[in-house]
Design a protein around this ligand. Sequence first.
Ligand code: PLP
Length: 450
Amino acid sequence: MHSIDRFFERNPRSKELWERSRKVSRGIQHDARSCEPFPIFTSHCRGSRKWDVDGNEYIDYTMGHGSLLLGHAHPSLVEAVSGQVARGTHYGTECELAVEWAEVITRLIPAAERVEFVMTGTEANMLIAQLARAYTGRWKILKFAEHFFGWCDHLQVGVFPPYERPIAGHLPPIADDTVSGGTVVIPCNDAVALEKALAGEDIAAVFLEGGGAHCGEIGMPPDLWHTARRLTKEYGTLLVIDEVITGFRWSPGGCQALVGVTPDLSSLGKMVSGGLPGAAVCGRADVMDLLQIRAGDPEWNRYRHVVHPGTWNGNPLCAVAGITTLKIAATGEPQRTAEAMARRLVAGLNRQIEKRGIEACAYHTSSAIHLFVGPCQKCDRQLCLDAAKRMPSELILALDRHLLLNGINLLRGTIGWVSAVHTEQDIDQTVDAFGAVLDGLVEEGMAKAA
Ligand SMILES: Cc1ncc(COP(=O)(O)O)c(C=O)c1O
């Protein structure tokens, strides 16, 4: 039976919910959750596992889109968050929890002299762009093609090819290097283009995605971090490392602690709030000081101060979740366990691929894993620098569907996050299931065995 028919048979309740949801929405709440013939609807999660409304069990690697290093419903988090709900979720005033949350962050992240809370990674990067512009008096933001910083107008630029063409809702004019809102896009990982663009001395900030584009799907050569740091200093530009995914996951001090490059500003999301909504901007005190409101200085407050309201900033519920998670993450133990499991997983997945002689590979950066089916330049199963590799969307959808049918859930079937609670048994079960996934793809003509 074709996988689409099996999917219908296995998921009648999800299908019902899909049809119901289509009457009031597009049926999914995130582009990356699109699925064919329809998405699964989850009923609950615990540890490394997820159950859908039809009672099917999955080993989960979506892990809150990378926010859950400690797995689903970690007992400490459940206790802390439940206790806080009873004490209030929004005080409308400052609270000690937000102070403690910021203190933990400044202890862990090298760049964090000061912290400002926001609600999402996108918001964090929006605020960083405003701070950088206000600090430098320059307008342009520079980024590598493919690097992703959220979905606001001036950062959701040059993420997918053709890079020079605007996405829906983004209007021309398009100059050679400018697509939207003063964002300059240069080829991925191109150090020469980086220096050339910076030499114009009109760039406020260079944004880099920690770990490389799309969570390391296209990695960064290690020396590029240092080159970017040296060049940004030389040309008076601020260096921003987006640590929305890598923060606290790559290491307790994020990607910056691992590569030894301290940026001027960083965005933190996902793990920073323990899997609840919540994010932060952190960085150099003199830049972050632009957020200060100065008593008796209307000139400063009106013309120099970077405005930052936001109903949910630093609320006690997200703060308590963040503190609880970061204190556990501070030991470095969860990261070590998750990375060791990711290594075991990738080795097993590649064994299955090689056994069948399929043109495909699995690789990982830290505890994030990537699956790619198709031709790609050789990588060392950790760092893949092939920015041109592409999987057709029907292949991504087929891979995702076959994974789900075999009890495995990755985001879009291609990106996964291993947590500290995935066990060797989970990994070995995933590897076995992946053999059946590959056989299914070959059977349906979506992949070719040797
Ligand atoms: C590197 C990176 N930056 C920013 C964002 C945006 O974060 P949010 O989805 O919280 O707005 C994401 C989201 O996945 C991300 O991966």
